[in-house]
Design a protein around this ligand. Structure first.
Ligand SMILES: Cc1cc2nc3c(=O)[nH]c(=O)nc-3n(C[C@H](O)[C@H](O)[C@H](O)COP(=O)(O)OP(=O)(O)OC[C@H]3O[C@@H](n4cnc5c(N)ncnc54)[C@H](O)[C@@H]3O)c2cc1C
Length: 196
C-alpha cells in the first residue's frame, strides 16, 4: 500500500512511496535498507526532507532517519557533543545554547536534521559545520559496518563533502560529533551582522 510523503518533505508535496519506514535505531535503518534492496526496490534515506523536491511518486522505500540522542562530554577547552542523526538541527542548536555552550548560534533555524548537516556542510552568517564537526559516524549499507570519519576525511568544501560524492547512496550517517571550543568568540563579520 502506498504511503504519503507529505509529512516528510517540507514543501509538503503530495507524493507517495511504496513503503515508509521510520528508523529509530541503526539496526532498524540497516534492516529496512537490506529488505528493500533484496526485494530490488529503490531506497531513499531522508532526514526532514527540506532539501528534496519530489517530482513524482517514489516507487520504493523511504527510510526516515529518527535516530535520536545527545551525549555531552567535555575537555578543559571544549564541549564534545555526540548527536543522533535524526535530531532536529534547530532544536539541537537551541539545546546547546540553553546548556551554556555557544558556537552554533549563527546556524540557528537552518531546516533539517543533525545527520544531514555534514552532507552539504551547512553554513550561514560566516559559520560552517566544518568548523565544529569533530567526526561523522556512518554505516556502510551493504554490510552494516560502522565507520567513523574524521573532519579531514569528510572533505568539506563550500556546501560540499564526501557524502555528496564517493559516499552518496552507499553510507548512512547515523551520528555526528561536534566540538565547541569553550573560548567562544561570536562571529559577527558577515553582512548585516557586522553593522549591529
Ligand atoms: C527554507 C530553507 C532554508 C535553508 N537555509 C539553509 C542555510 O541557511 N544554509 C544551508 O547550508 N542550508 C540551508 N538550507 C538547506 C537545508 O537546510 C540543508 O540541506 C539541510 O542539511 C537538509 O537537511 P534535511 O534533514 O532536511 O535533509 P533531507 O532533505 O532529508 O536530505 C537531503 C539529502 O541528504 C540525504 N540524507 C539525509 N539524511 C541522510 C543520512 N542520515 N545519511 C545519508 N544520507 C542522508 C538524502 O537522501 C538527500 O539526498 C535551507 C533549506 C530550506 C528549505
Amino acid at each position: 500500500m502506498n504511503s504519503s510523503l507529505k509529512p516528510f518533505n517540507t514543501f509538503g508535496i503530495q507524493a507517495t512511496a511504496a513503503h515508509i519506514v521510520i528508523a529509530e535505531s541503526v539496526q532498524q535503518l540497516t534492516e529496512a535498507w537490506a529488505e528493500s534492496t533484496q526485494a530490488h526496490q529503490p531506497v531513499l534515506i531522508l532526514g526532514e526532507g527540506s532539501n528534496v523536491l519530489f517530482l513524482e511518486n517514489f516507487e520504493g522505500t523511504v527510510i526516515i532517519n529518527r535516530i535520536k540522542g545527545i551525549e555531552i562530554a567535555e575537555t578543559d577547552d571544549a564541549w564534545l557533543l555526540h548527536v543522533g542523526a535524526g535530531e532536529n538541527w534547530h532544536h539541537f542548536v537551541e539545546y546547546t545554547l540553553q546548556q551554556g555552550m555557544p558556537g552554533l548560534e549563527n546556524l540557528a533555524l537552518i531546516p533539517g536534521c543533525a545527520g544531514s548537516s555534514p552532507i552539504q556542510n551547512i553554513g550561514a552568517y560566516g559559520v560552517e559545520i566544518k568548523q565544529v564537526c569533530n567526526y561523522v559516524d556512518c554505516v556502510e549499507l551493504s554490510n552494516g559496518q560502522a565507520l567513523r570519519l574524521t573532519n579531514a576525511e569528510c572533505r568539506f568544501g563550500y556546501r560540499d563533502s564526501i557524502f555528496k560524492h564517493d559516499y552518496q547512496d552507499r553510507f548512512a550517517i547515523v551520528a555526528v560529533g561536534y566540538r565547541l571550543p569553550k573560548a567562544w568568540r561570536p562571529v559577527l563579520s558577515y553582512g548585516d551582522l557586522s553593522k549591529l
